[in-house]
Structures are given as C-alpha cells and as structure tokens.
Ligand binder design. Sequence first.
Ligand SMILES: NC(=O)c1ccc[n+]([C@@H]2O[C@H](COP(=O)([O-])OP(=O)(O)OC[C@H]3O[C@@H](n4cnc5c(N)ncnc54)[C@H](OP(=O)(O)O)[C@@H]3O)[C@@H](O)[C@H]2O)c1
Length: 265
Amino acid sequence: MDTLPTMMFSSEQEEKYYLDCMGYFFIFMAVCTFFTLLFENVPYGRYASGKYGFPINVKFAWFVQELPAFMVPLYLVLWTPSAKTSQLPNALLIAMYFCHYVQRSLVYPFLIRGGKPTPVVSFVLAIVFCIVNGYMQIRYLSHYAEYPEGWVTHPCFIIGCALWLVGWLVNLHSDHILRNLRKPGETGYKIPRGGLFEYVSGANFLGEITEWAGFALAGHSVHSTSFSIFTLVVLASRAVAHHRWYLNKFEDYPESRKALIPFVF
Ligand SMILES: NC(=O)c1ccc[n+]([C@@H]2O[C@H](COP(=O)([O-])OP(=O)(O)OC[C@H]3O[C@@H](n4cnc5c(N)ncnc54)[C@H](OP(=O)(O)O)[C@@H]3O)[C@@H](O)[C@H]2O)c1
C-alpha cells in the first residue's frame, strides 16, 4: 500500500534531501522570527490582539493546533514502519518526543484555566508548525537517523536525555503552578510563586527550552537542532516580554527574579 511519503517523494534519497532542507529552513525561519520578535510579541495569551483575526476558544485552539504534532508522527510510526524505529537511540528519541506531545496535545489543553482566546493567525501558524515539525522530527528518526554503535552510552546522548527529562519536569511543574494561580472562573493575573518561578519569570519556558536542547544534543541532527533553536527564539522572547509585563503590572514583583536564566538574565 502506498503511504503519503512514498507518494510525495520518488526515492528515499530525495525525501532525506528535503528533510535536511527543512531543518536548514527552520533555522533560517528562527533567525527571521528572532528579528520580528524584537518588534512584536507572539500574539496569543496576554498579548492576543484583534489585529491577528477573530478569537478562538483557548482550549479548542490548543487542542486542535497541537494535535497534528501527535497525529502526524503516530501515522508515520504505525503506517510507515522501518527497521530504524526499533534501534535503541532512535526508539528512545521517538519516545521522548511522544512523551512531550501526548501531554501537550491530549492533556494540557483541557487543564487550561481562564486562558485568553487565541487569534486565528496564531492558531493557523501553530498548526502549520506542528505538522511540519512533527513530520520532520519523526520521519527523520524513524527512517533515516543512523547513530554510531554505542551511541546510547555516549556522553552527548546521556547528558541530552538527562537535560530533556529535567526540562520536561520543570515545564510540567511550572505550567501546573501557573494554572493553579486562578480559581475556576478567574481570568486575571497573579505573581507566580514556587519552583523555578522563585528565580525566573519564564520558568515554564526555561523548562521547555532545556527539554528541546537536551533532545537536540541526544539527537545530534540538523532536524532536532533546528527545533531547539526555534523553541529558544520564541520562548526566550516570551520570557523577556512576560518579565517586563510583570514589572509594569506588580509593584511588589520580586526584585531578584530574572527573566529566563536564574541570577543572570
Ligand atoms: N516549543 C515551542 O515552541 C512552544 C511555543 C509556545 C508555547 N510552548 C509551551 O506551551 C505552554 C504554554 O505556553 P504559553 O506561551 O501560553 O505560556 P504562558 O503565557 O505562561 O501561559 C500559560 C497559561 O497560564 C496562564 N498564566 C500565565 N501567567 C499567569 C499568571 N501570572 N497568572 C495567572 N495565569 C497565568 C495563561 O493565561 P492567559 O492565556 O490568560 O495569559 C495560560 O493559560 C508552555 O509550557 C510553553 O513552554 C512551547
């Protein structure tokens, strides 16, 4: 039976070539995004604006926009099997990706409390990102990534996996703290306390940046690196913007708290 990738590309070499191009294109887009974000915040959440189209219910938006990041890889793993998927480094990296996106697409949206509606432009861009990135990460890992013998005991792989795990836990814990700032029905903002929020305003973002940096170190490819760079650009900008926003809004905002890197920045 023909699968989507075999219909789209004439050979494995051709698909691999386009996957690599996608990785480099993501890095190029991350650079463009970096410069754009010097002038404008990513328009959702507290920065949502009518300028970016009609508003969409926040739980619906997060569920629908993140779902392709789970469904596209699931399709690739189940319907386009390959021997690479069962090799240990590939299998572990694929498992790390799924661990994150099962939570992000199937659990996180339904836990949101009083979040602002998402403008349609942000919603559509997030869907496109999730489809392309989901395809790029998992198609590469399940069909093309070749790691040297013993890669799972290499310091890059071990440190990368440890960073991924710590980052993931920090991200989950920080999102949990934010969610619980609001009682059911509330939509306002409070000063986050506890966990890494004692040190930085963007604790959830620091967790996610660390997570994908670890994934990139363990995955050692342009594909995982480009995702990590993209995440860094978007979330570092958001952490800085949130930090400034808190300082403006709350007179009693903790003075020693930094934006993203404890004690530094
Ligand atoms: N990998 C990537 O490129 C990427 C990109 C974007 C997001 N993410 C991840 O997605 C998750 C959500 O991101 P986000 O940008 O929406 O995070 P956020 O701006 O910190 O908001 C997270 C949720 O908490 C609420 N919230 C935030 N600060 C609050 C406060 N001080 N008081 C009360 N409620 C507060 C927000 O409500 P409001 O909607 O009302 O502000 C929203 O529902 C994070 O884990 C982030 O790392 C990843």
